[in-house]
Ligand binder design. Sequence first.
Ligand code: UGA
Length: 469
Amino acid sequence: MMDGSPSTPGKFKMEKPSHHHHFHHHPSTARLLLRWHHSSPLSKFAFWAFLAIAVFAALFLLSPRPPSAEADPPPSSSLGGAASGNGGQHRRSLRTASWGGPAWEKRVRSSARIRRQLGGFSVLVTGAAGFVGTHVSAALKKRGDGVLGLDCFNDYYDPSLKRARQALLQRAGVFVVEGDVNDALLLRKLFDVVPFTHVMHLAAQAGVRYAMTNPASYVHSNVAGLVSLLEAAKSADPQPALVWASSSSVYGLNSKVPFSESDRTDRPASLYAATKKAGEEIAHVYNHIYGLSITGLRFFTVYGPWGRPDMAYFFFTRNILSGKPISIFEGPGHATVARDFTYIDDIVRGCVAALDTAGKSTGSGGKKRGPAPLRVYNLGNTSPVPVADLVSILEKLLGVKAIRRVVKMPRNGDVQFTHANISLAQRELGYHPATNLRTGLKRFVRWYLQYYQPNLVNKRGSKSGSSSS
Ligand SMILES: O=C(O)[C@H]1O[C@H](OP(=O)(O)OP(=O)(O)OC[C@H]2O[C@@H](n3ccc(=O)[nH]c3=O)[C@H](O)[C@@H]2O)[C@H](O)[C@@H](O)[C@@H]1O
């Protein structure tokens, strides 16, 4: 398994039960038993109490882990919603639903309050503690829109990174409610408390290869979670306009480049892609029946500061720095594997433009009043880079040679090549990506070192003046 692999439900290895020990053949066990026999009632009580707690803790830890990642939700902490599920596997939660109440509602309202004069939005951002969600939330807040976040803080990747993003947002005045998009009660409550003008739906189970490990998680977040959200949005009055994250992976085995929105998307190569494609079809239904204004954005391999540790550029950096080998995939016949890597700031501009240009939903209270917009856009960089070149850039920026292992691309859902045609987004959203991979990775590396090795950076910084540009 690759080092960058996320934590998975399977990561808790069950120890083989060892209760078939024949302790009467075992002198030390026999001695222990004898001692136990003569021990005081108090220490026996302590023993049983300890055992009960251990069993309880083990049951909790071994229960299936929650689903989604980047963005999407189960509970915990003081504001957690109801227990989140994972397809058929529901994670047990020791916490009870604790959202709601006047103080909580006040926080929600205050975070969602519009603070600019003309035409401000009130936006519910799902997956707000995710990579893209954090950046979009901060950008909207900065220009005076009201922003309320929702995130489940699951452990698909290190939740402490999500917590750090949450802290960042909190300082900016964005409250991130902890809860699952599958929690219909919580969603209804949020729409009752705030008349959201827009929803930026970024909660999802991301990652292409992890879909082979935990398929249920993709169905839970990307299909059931999306439907749950659309149900809440269509019943809300007023109905919000919805912008959500689809994926470049929907192009699947499409070999016509660059990929245009009108190209075939009926040959996904991964379950992840299939759930995103399903999302696009589901969007059509809710637009058609309920008059919801919906915009799908097909993101192309988004990278940058505060990024996702499960993505290649991120764990390559980690491995290069720690002297571990990295696997660079190649296609059949040594064919290059390449991605249209897109920098986060460009993506944020695309997201905000999609919100700005989203027409209104026409329904209310679940009834359609007229046709509403249904749109889909590629948000890429239109400049694919081979993965091997990405590694060379990282080597230069880090000043460390990578230990490269070129391996045949495993049959794990990856496609060989992505390349976005962005002319539609250019025309209709004014989307003009402005960051090449070198510049974007430089900013990523600067953030990475500051975040993970602040002491080293400060030392280096004090020797050479400044490490940033
Ligand atoms: O464009 C998208 O919609 C998708 O972009 C990324 O998916 P991916 O492009 O596969 O990004 P990485 O997982 O970071 O992989 C980047 C490249 O590195 C390659 N790779 C990955 C892992 C590895 O060990 N070696 C390796 O060469 C992959 O084949 C791929 O070409 C995200 O992870 C998805 O969540 C997102 O939906």
